[in-house]
Design a protein around this ligand. Structure first.
Ligand code: 13P
Length: 343
């Protein structure tokens, strides 16, 4: 393993004013997104849609440091025959790959899941590296559920352990692991319960990373924010989300980690931007704080595109706008009226 090289890639992934586009929806998830805009989820439509984002040159050059791809996409060619990976690289962005194989029920822990895909991962990583991937992603899923029932210790521990095993395999293959322990926003819990569970999951994750000898200088952490569940009766303000998230991360994430790139997790586009901006406005942080959004970067372009070739330019404008807003938020320089001006 060449740690200097891993660290260089990790720092590029969280470079000032830039963040990551999570375009790694599995076939099942992208079908749900396409159903919502009335588009059939064929291989060609998935390619056309992703190609339009990767060809949004302004956004890709200035605001998107890297793109997380799904297995299908990393092997795909654009309409004109250029590999999609090449289009990403030509824009100065780094190709990455989702390598987990989704979740399975965790035995003896009703309602809980474990992320799978470690078997044969070493071989798959070698092939992905040859194909151009310089970072990878593995997502662990923690559901808070009813108060004090979930998550179980078994679920938190088993998922943290799998994340660390994955991260160690990635670094051995000269690939930067995005370590993603996601505590879901589903549920009626308040922000403090999310804070408590996320803190626990982060503590377990860093403990397991240590035991597996993962070099923290060569990872990027992708956590959820401390935020109330979608069904919670009490919404926390933007400032409260920012302050609690920063406090939680300062307690759990060593300064050796180059950067933290949040998932959006079901927040609205503007909420996800405002929260990231408010955290960076707090300032004086030991790591870069940026975005690795899927939904919060893609809602707008998906709607604008709606599967029609004549809407490609409008979809690219919508994507570029969100990328720019989040790029500003990564610097703590976003303002709500920039959204209104664009509308
Ligand atoms: P969301 O931003 O839509 O949560 O997706 C990010 C992601 O990569 C989840 O694994």
């Amino acid at each position: 393993m060449n740690l200097d090289e891993l660290n260089k890639v990790a720092r590029a992934m969280v470079a000032p004013g830039k963040g990551i586009l999570a375009a790694d929806e599995s076939s099942g998830t992208i079908k749900k997104r396409f159903d919502a805009i009335g588009v059939e989820s064929t291989e060609e439509n998935r390619r056309d849609y992703r190609e339009l984002m990767f060809r949004s040159t302004e956004a890709m050059k200035n605001h998107i440091s890297g793109v997380i791809l799904y297995d299908e996409t990393i092997w795909q060619k654009a309409k004109d025959g250029t590999p999609l990976v090449k289009i990403i690289e030509q824009a100065g962005s780094i190709p990455g790959i989702k390598v987990d194989e989704g979740t399975k029920p965790l035995p003896n822990c009703p309602g809980e899941v474990i992320t799978v895909g470690l078997d044969k991962l070493a071989d798959r990583l070698t092939k992905y590296y040859e194909q151009g991937a310089r970072f990878a992603k593995w997502r662990a899923v923690i559901d808070i559920g009813a108060p004090h029932v979930m998550p179980s210790y078994t679920c938190v521990h088993a998922n943290a352990h799998a994340l660390a095993r994955y991260a160690a395999l990635c670094q051995a293959a000269q690939i930067v692991p995005i370590v993603e322990p996601e505590v879901l926003m589903d549920g009626a819990h308040d922000i403090d319960r999310c804070f408590e569970v996320t803190r626990w999951m982060l503590k377990e994750t860093f403990q397991e990373l240590f035991h597996n000898r993962v070099a923290l200088e060569g990872i990027v952490l992708k956590p959820n924010m401390a935020i109330a569940g979608k069904k919670s009766a009490t919404r926390a303000s933007v400032q409260e989300v920012a302050e609690k998230t920063v406090r939680m991360l300062k307690e759990c994430v060593p300064a050796a980690v180059p950067g933290i790139a949040f998932l959006s997790g079901g927040q609205s586009d503007e909420e996800a931007t405002a929260h990231l901006d408010a955290m960076n406005k707090i300032g004086n942080l030991p790591w870069a704080l940026t975005f690795s959004y899927g939904r919060a970067l893609q809602h707008a372009p998906q709607k604008a595109w709606s599967g029609k070739a004549e809407n490609v330019a409008a979809a690219q404008r919508a994507f570029s706008h969100r990328a720019k807003m989040n790029g500003l938020a990564a610097l703590g320089q976003w303002k709500a009226d920039l959204e209104k001006k664009a509308a």
